[in-house]
Design a protein around this ligand. Structure first.
Ligand SMILES: C[S@@+](CC[C@H](N)C(=O)[O-])C[C@H]1O[C@@H](n2cnc3c(N)ncnc32)[C@H](O)[C@@H]1O
Length: 395
């Protein structure tokens, strides 16, 4: 792990680095080596059975009592907790790096060194699904439970994701954003991109690449959690990228009808209850101009996957405090777009290689193919392919 590459990066001693390396290695071992063994043992056992499993639920039921699955799940839960514990420890040991940011509340573009901004809405109330659980076991969740450092959850997320992703998500943990923005640039070369809104942006890892791919665009990162936005704004400034961070609920987007070219989200929908997803899609449709694009990076839908792959990706729903994960992946994504007003014929989906790990030609070649689903789709490893779906508003 190279370490976070911006001025908010914590000062870490050798013990801390060792803790993080151990946790990342444990995750890589569990998610790559042990996961491969689980898959191959399962396949071997299932060869030539009379009634093969028909769904992810069947596979889960079958594997639940197996020692290897218990071992895999137990290690994965332990590694998940270690991600956050090691991060909290690093934050406690270096309070000074973030302390100066605690007063960041509103920053107008003219006050920003690079032209970005931050606007918070102190009247916004948090929905109960956020306020009452720690999603993926992250202590304090996105809104945080510490009064002393108002950017604390943002720092937990940034440092935690670095450990969590064991080096496969890009130098700035932003490969998803680069893949999605450059896919958009190459797949729709005629699309006017003046305004991009990344909804559920957290600290903007995948917001900033849109500004890099479309330098003339106004790029907004929206989230409900103020501490993440404060940190995201400071991080963007330190990386020299002009982005505008806004606090809002996705069911009420602060943009006029027909005023936005691209509505983007990444790893967001699976953390929302169904009614909020529907409201968000309707809002996205409202703010898009005719011809505008909605694009979501997400986990692939269960209906497109073989039963084992569906089971594998649903693991988080049962063991990692991601209660809406499976319900979301059981949805029909084309129907979700259609029900919000998008024409059915405009639906698209794609599986993309990591952008910052391949050359432009390899990426171009990959986007010419239609979506292809296999064990690499959405599964965190160095062969991962990112899945995207979306639609365009009728012009
Ligand atoms: C998994 S994170 C998204 C990750 C981020 N998009 C990225 O690519 O790094 C989910 C985010 O959704 C935000 N969120 C949850 N419910 C929301 C809502 N109703 N409106 C806006 N943001 C919401 C959370 O605060 C959290 O930051």
């Amino acid at each position: 792990m190279a370490g976070l590459n911006h001025t908010l990066a914590l000062k870490k001693n050798l013990d801390q680095r060792a803790r993080e390396r151990f946790t990342s290695s444990l995750r890589a071992y569990t998610l790559v080596d042990l996961a491969d063994q689980l898959r191959s043992d399962y396949s071997e056992e299932q060869t030539a059975v009379e009634h093969p499993h028909q769904s992810g639920e069947d596979v889960h039921r079958f594997l639940k009592s197996r020692d290897l699955f218990k071992w895999y799940s137990s290690l994965r839960c332990t590694a998940q907790e270690l991600v956050w514990q090691s991060t909290l420890r690093a934050l406690d040991e270096d309070r000074t790096t973030l302390a100066g940011l605690s007063g960041v509340t509103q920053v107008a573009p003219e006050k920003s060194a690079v032209g970005g901004s931050l606007a918070l809405d102190p009247k916004l109330s948090l929905p109960s699904y956020i306020d009452t659980m720690d999603v993926h076991l992250m202590p304090g969740n996105y809104q945080g439970d510490r009064e002393d450092v108002s950017v604390h959850p943002g720092a937990v997320y940034d440092n935690g994701l670095e450990v969590f992703s064991f080096g496969v998500m890009g130098e700035h943990l932003d490969d998803i954003g680069h893949s999605m923005a450059n896919f958009t640039r190459l797949r729709w070369p005629g699309l006017t991109v003046d305004t991009v809104v990344d909804v559920g942006c957290t600290i903007g890892h995948n917001t900033l690449p849109w500004k890099q791919a479309f330098p003339d665009a106004q790029v907004y990162g929206l989230d409900i959690a103020a501490p993440c936005l404060r940190y995201g704004h400071a991080r963007a400034e330190s990386l020299g990228v002009a982005a505008h961070f806004r606090q809002a609920n996705c069911d009420q987007l602060p943009f006029d009808d027909g005023s936005v070219d691209v509505v983007f989200s990444s790893m967001f929908l699976h953390e929302l209850p169904r009614n909020v997803i529907n409201d968000f899609f309707k809002e996205a449709y409202r703010i898009l101009r005719p011809g505008g694009l909605i694009i979501h990076m997400e986990l692939p839908p269960n209906e497109a996957l073989a039963p084992y792959d569906a089971f594998y990706l649903d693991w988080d729903c049962f063991y990692n405090n991601e209660p809406f994960y499976k319900e979301f992946r059981d949805l029909s994504y084309p129907a979700l777009c259609r029900d919000a007003g998008f024409d059915e014929s405009a639906f698209f989906q794609a599986t993309l290689p990591r952008y910052t790990y391949v050359d432009e030609q390899e990426f171009r070649d990959a986007i010419d193919r239609t979506a292809s689903f296999d064990e690499d789709t959405g599964r965190l490893s160095d062969t991962i392919t990112w899945y995207a779906f979306g639609s365009r508003k009728q012009g």
